[in-house]
Ligand binder design. Structure first.
Ligand SMILES: Cc1cc2nc3c(=O)[nH]c(=O)nc-3n(C[C@H](O)[C@H](O)[C@H](O)COP(=O)(O)O)c2cc1C
Length: 321
């Protein structure tokens, strides 16, 4: 089955789960514009998630929506899984990331949900397929937020994952324009998942300081934090992030590092705009962000750019005909 049939959307453009800033209005607007929007559950209580789901459904106006569940982010993971089961009739899909999806795939499918699993190596992709996933989101090292420890870039990852599995593959990491979408399709993906680009939209609840920073900064302005504790998190460079990196250069234990990197520090910067006291997730595609626009305008632009990039590539590739 094709990706767009599984997700019930017109364009194969998925909005990734966005911790703190993946609000219902954003998800609903993306689905209403023909993509597939997902509410981020990271950083939200179950009550907040329920509220965002209501907002998303109203804004989506009948178009299908999803929820992202980063498994390791929730201490009370079971409660979030039950929430999704209880609200399954209001959702089309759930995406599972940051943890072992195997125990949850069949359970969520039994409620009629399509299950997407985030992977970052071809090996993980095969395992997720054999565990029963419907769709794989293969995310490369360019991506904003938590990355896989193997640090494989999108360009190298997607063709390998596409060869390794038979279910639809969605490419993520560094895609912020229609040219990137066209490239992902050429690499063997059926669609794309984007995160950083969707933050710079009117509907996203991120603070204006975050959106302005995404316009001002370039692709060389991201950093990886948390490597000292075996994690790979791509964030926007800032004096606060340099303080984290300085601390990490002394190989701190988790208890020492945690107060600087915990989710609350992300929320402070991303939602309240206190960027000297917190950090912002950001992918390398940030260099392509030039404005803050409505989701509708961005989606139309992406579709137009992808269409002409695919046509231009065909012309340039005439020698291979
Ligand atoms: C602000 C932000 C928050 C994110 N939070 C999550 C999350 O909670 N769960 C998740 O699976 N991925 C999360 N990601 C990753 C995205 O879902 C997506 O895969 C990634 O952003 C794609 O790369 P890009 O940023 O280059 O577009 C986050 C990314 C960003 C930029």
């Amino acid at each position: 089955m094709q990706l767009t049939d599984l997700l019930g959307c017109r364009y194969p453009i998925v909005q990734g789960g966005l911790a703190y800033v993946g609000n219902g209005l954003l998800a609903g607007a993306i689905s209403a514009a023909g993509g597939f929007g997902q509410i981020g559950s990271a950083g939200r209580s179950l009550g907040q998630l329920a509220q965002e789901l209501t907002v998303a459904r109203r804004r989506a106006n009948g178009a299908p929506i999803g929820v992202n569940l980063p498994l390791s982010e929730h201490a009370d993971r079971e409660a979030y899984v039950r929430f999704i089961e209880e609200h399954a009739s209001e959702l089309r899909a759930v995406s599972l990331s940051a943890g072992n999806p195997r125990p949850y795939i069949e359970r969520l499918q039994a409620c009629g949900l399509c299950v997407m699993v985030l992977v970052s190596t071809p090996d993980q992709a095969q395992k997720a397929q054999s565990a029963g996933a419907d769709i794989l989101v293969a995310e490369g090292y360019e991506a904003g937020g938590h990355n896989g420890p193997s640090e494989i870039t999108t360009f190298a990852l997607i063709p390998q994952v596409a060869r390794a599995v038979s279910i639809p593959v969605v490419a993520a990491g560094g895609i912020a324009s229609g040219e990137g979408i066209a490239a992902a399709l050429s690499l063997g993906a059926q669609g794309v998942q984007m995160g950083t680009r969707f933050v710079a939209t009117i509907e996203c609840e991120a603070h204006d300081a975050y959106k302005r920073a995404l316009i001002a900064r370039g692709s060389a302005d991201t950093r990886i934090i948390e490597r000292s504790v075996g994690r790979v998190t791509r964030v926007l460079q800032s004096p606060y992030v340099e303080r984290i990196l300085e601390l990490e250069s002394h190989s701190p234990d988790w208890e020492t590092l945690y107060p600087y990197v915990r989710g609350e520090r992300n929320r402070l910067a991303a939602i309240e705009g206190v960027t000297d006291e917190g950090w912002l997730n950001c992918g390398q595609g940030v260099g392509l962000i030039e404005d803050v626009v409505t989701v509708e305008e961005l989606m139309q632009r992406l579709v137009k750019q992808a269409t002409s990039a695919l046509r231009d590539a065909q012309i340039r590739g005439a020698a291979f005909a």
